[in-house]
Design a protein around this ligand. Sequence first.
Ligand code: ZN
Ligand code: ZN
Length: 127
Amino acid sequence: MSECRPPLVAAAIWQAVMDRASRSREPVPGSVFDREPAAQCECTGQCGKHTGARCPHTHGEYRKHGGPVRLVAAPADLVIEGTAAMRLPVEQLLAWCPSCHTAAGKVARRQAAAAAVDVLMSAETLF
Ligand SMILES: [Zn+2]
Ligand SMILES: [Zn+2]
């Protein structure tokens, strides 16, 4: 099943993040068939789409378009990318569904860019 190869982080780390994301999952009312809860997206509004609520998407969930949802394990702080992200411990990673991951990444980069401008501005006033 090479298509299930987890992106970004090592398989063991990915699995650990997904295990936590399924244990922490809020029970879905009426879902008695859910014997083995799937990992649930751990985004709690960082993407800006569902502020204050946890994203309902779960790993393997069926979508009308694009096949099943595949959660990724990525840094809680999405400004961290590449090899630095791969070295993060499980506690600093979140399970993200693709839509939250993309949206939250944009938000994080925008905030980081804004912060960088602030630093630049204050540096300019200093000198
Ligand atoms: Zn999500
Ligand atoms: Zn989200």
